[in-house]
Write a protein that binds this ligand. Sequence first.
Ligand SMILES: [Zn+2]
Length: 476
Amino acid sequence: MTMSREGITISLPGTGVPEVADNLFSSVSHPPWTEPLDWDSCVSQSWERQIPFHSYARLGSTIPDTPASFPQFNNLPTELQDHILSLCTPGTLFQLLHVSSALRPRASKLFWGNPNAYFHVRASWLCSGTFPGETYDDLTLAPHIRNVEIEYHQNDHMKFFPRGRMDGARVERIHNFWKTLETTFPNVRNVILNQAWESNPPVRTSHGPPLDLKMVVESSPPDIHASAFVVEPNPPSTTLITSLSPSSPQRLRRALHTYNSQTTTWQTIHPHPQNRHATVLLPPKTFTGPIGAYQRIRYLIWRRIACYMALLPLAIEAFERQNFPHGDKPAATVPPLTCPITPNCSATFDAPGQWPLHAASAHPGWRPPWTREAVRAALSPALSHAFQERETSLLGDSGAQTVAKRGMVDEWNGKTGLTREEIEAAWSEQGGEGGDAEWRLRVLPDGTGEVNEYSPLWEVYVTDMERGSGRPDPFL
Ligand SMILES: [Zn+2]
């Protein structure tokens, strides 16, 4: 994906591939709507919704789900108090964590143990030794977390299963992976390995998870309940997509394979896109020092792209809310609600859920910006304006990050500030042994014999600075 200030050109890897329909559908909120549109929501490159921590900690807090004043609460039996707490939204529980020392332990257990919310972490970071300088996440929250979703990319496979290495090395790597996970998240109980791409032979199986993930999950410690959330072929008889879009049968679907270490058996479900677990992003930590300054820019760019991508599911949701404001009957029945994406489409919608499903599955060639623009044109002037404002704001952020990075590139080229040697020394001091524990960097032998080690993040930085040197805009 590339973004520029003149306009945003998006060429998304995987856009329009069949499994996207399932993910895109799941990234749209469905009625009854108790929250306003979440302009801060993000989606992954696979269109999976990722809820920023600050949005999650606000969920439901705008709804008075308990009376404003209820002094009798403290006199209720503990069981009844627990029952009332179990009905509270994450937003209310988060508020209780900060205002009531008496309720804090129980509210904390419920907030962090919500069985429907999994906190996001990358497999690549876990497999590389969890060096704090290489993550944006605020790890001070890690001890509270009970449910972890691990983003498992195609190239993470090699970290578990290096080519040419014997089985013993693989077993050791997988063992170390689980040990690292337990050290980082000491109270973790439930883990989902999220593989949002289709496995190839020879690890693909006709039933159950791919063999590589199967091996990883079956090696999980006994006190961890582990699952693999994968992409698999969709039998024609059980296509997700209804007659609304007969031209776009979905070849792939998502499956959740859960391992029971007591019985050594697997259970498989195909969660409906509307009933998936929520993926919550940890808040970013405080970005300090030269490493933090560079990581802050990378974090903001990543977040801006994720927010920009989320404008598509948000537009789909806004159109659904506009036409089914109460989540049941359409706001207007005559004329019938038609598909706004293209005048050539004959689909009509008379119940909630039909439109998002159609938007996610039909017109795969009409992905952003076309679908988003077409849907926006069908929104009320106020909503359409709100989308325009959000886009402008994201592009404004782009300008601010460009300026910050331009300053960094200029310094690298000796136009301002420190020399390259001084920059490198500052990185070594902050990220090296005995430096800043929050920004400790991974170091590897470089193989030349002259310099004994290098940091992969430093290499990324140098490449980035060199690449940005000859460009008017370092993002291009
Ligand atoms: Zn259509």
